[in-house]
Design a protein around this ligand. Structure first.
Ligand code: TXA
Ligand code: MG
Length: 322
């Protein structure tokens, strides 16, 4: 059975090693502030092909390229509109991915053959240190989808990555442990190829945030012509059936804000006090429900705007698998 290295103490030595493993074509799972990513050298076709294999993901789904500094975005992209520069300066490092016209550096094996590429500067110390070490050995970017099997819940701890992907990784790959992810939901994806920014996947950076910085109207369509695997139905789903806004029955798992009490016989999986804490706890709570082998997980969805929109977006997909 395959066994990747599990690195719990990410010293600079360990990160230097991880960067050279990446450069040699191996995979490194690493923390970001949103969720853990499964990283490969974004210029190495064979390494990127292994991401798809390990995830069990269809090969025409594009990957996000992670870079260490917003000023490097021009290496991977062309024709950057002014509003995208404003967004990059305001929110990077941060939980935001910009979709831009690709440069020659972004090959078909990254973009799934599309003329655009997704770019992000993560706001997580280990991730930024890894990107820095990677650039010292000549790396230009780390391609990284969420470090889960295709269609499953994104991992927000290193242990969850090991459970998801450990059996599919090899000895020369590694999982870096940076503790639980601060945000807990995937980045906001913003298409910047039109005259106005357009949200393809909601996240912690909200419509109001984007309007505030760009002064532009923000499109936020239900569906997009562009392929975004996270916008398929039946995604972010645990094994248990997810049910929204119904009364939980004895034996059900239950996720709700702390102010909502737990009915008798119901198994409380999370009781976050704020909407941000809800986002932070959600995926771990869904995993906990599976670890307890529950048949059903009932979620009382948080109301309102901000990251609550992203929470409801993911829950709708998690609940669509039955
Ligand atoms: O927070 C995040 O974005 C995490 C961390 C690891 O950075 N990454 C992540 O990657 O969620 P992934 O691959 O699981 O989801 C990224 C989504 C996919 O649905 C993909 O289809 C979409 O971004 N995407 C990537 N490049 C794109 C492009 N050029 N055009 C449209 N969608 C794109
Ligand atoms: Mg994903």
């Amino acid at each position: 059975m395959a066994s990747s290295q599990f690195v719990s103490h990410c010293t600079i030595d360990a990160l230097e090693r991880a960067a050279s493993q990446l450069k040699d074509g191996n995979l490194i799972a690493f923390p970001t502030e949103t969720v853990y990513g499964l990283g490969a050298d974004a210029n190495n076709e064979a390494a990127v092909a292994r991401i798809y294999k390990v995830k069990g993901r269809p090969a025409d789904h594009p990957l996000i390229v992670h870079i260490g500094d917003w000023q490097l975005m021009g290496e991977w992209t062309e024709e950057i509109p002014d509003y995208a520069i404003d967004l990059a300066r305001a929110f990077w490092p941060g939980p935001m991915t910009l979709i831009l016209k690709r440069s020659e550096l972004a090959k078909d094996f990254i973009t799934g053959g599309q003329e655009t590429v997704g770019i992000r500067v993560p706001n997580q110390t280990l991730a930024l240190q890894l990107l820095n070490e990677f650039s010292k050995v000549g790396g230009k970017g780390i391609a990284a989808p969420s470090a889960n099997r295709f269609g499953q819940v994104s991992p927000t701890t290193a242990e969850a990555v090991r459970q998801e992907l450990g059996a599919f990784l090899s000895e020369a790959d590694a999982i870096l442990d940076g503790g639980p992810c601060a945000v807990g939901l995937e980045s906001t994806i913003i298409d910047c190829t039109g005259t106005n920014p357009k949200i393809l996947r909601p996240g912690a950076i909200t419509v109001e945030d984007i309007k505030g910085v760009t002064g532009l109207e923000v499109e936020s369509p239900e569906r997009s012509e562009i392929r975004v695997s996270g916008s398929l139905e039946n995604h972010y789903a645990p094994d248990a059936q997810v049910l929204l806004d119904i009364d939980p029955q004895p034996g059900d798992g239950f996720i709700a804000l702390a102010e909502i009490p737990t009915p008798n016989g119901v198994i409380r999986l999370a009781a976050p006090k704020t909407i941000e804490a809800f986002a932070h706890d959600l995926y771990a709570a869904l995993r906990e429900g599976d670890a307890k082998e529950l048949m059903r997980i009932v979620v009382a969805q948080p109301k309102g705007d901000g990251i609550a929109i992203a929470i409801r977006d993911r829950l709708k997909r998690a609940a669509s698998n039955f």
